[in-house]
Ligand binder design. Sequence first.
Ligand SMILES: O=C(O)CCC(=O)C(=O)O
Ligand SMILES: [Fe+2]
Length: 172
Amino acid sequence: MQEVTAARLSARITDVTGLDVTDRQPFGPSSGEPFQLVNYGLGGHYSAHFDILKSQQTDYLRESGERIATFLLYLSDVDIGGHTVFVDAGISVAPVKGMALFWYNTNPALEQEPLTLHAGCPVLKGHKWIANKWIWTYGNMYRHPCGPSPNSTHLKVERIVNRRRHNIHAPH
Ligand SMILES: O=C(O)CCC(=O)C(=O)O
Ligand SMILES: [Fe+2]
């Protein structure tokens, strides 16, 4: 994806979601990852999964908090198949070029939202192109207040992110 296109798309995502998606790597913590482009051929699919990375110690996780939200943009129609399915929520979405899905992966306590378990169903005819933008805690503490309990404030989240960044494991 050309840089100009990616920057314009990121700005549009901020407009519609109200969330910061700035990628500051390698200089600092990021609010959004670079777009991930995916192309599925015939039979191509993605098994059921969650998008948050709680068990994987990536640089992003340490620095930026967690993938609080997913913005999934369909770059193509699919002749048959290729639906995005939220298996426990009972939602099935047929890809339409130019359409996007947006959902929060975490609850206000930054815990995994169980209903976000989702899959990309096999492409039966045609092909499927998507672009994912994963949006992180960092930079969104004030736009999307959340914390370790439903009553907590964004300030606590900021402390947690800072602790992770400096690898400090203090009790709450
Ligand atoms: O292809 C889809 O519809 C879903 C893709 C997805 O869940 C992912 O890339 O994380
Ligand atoms: Fe996913």
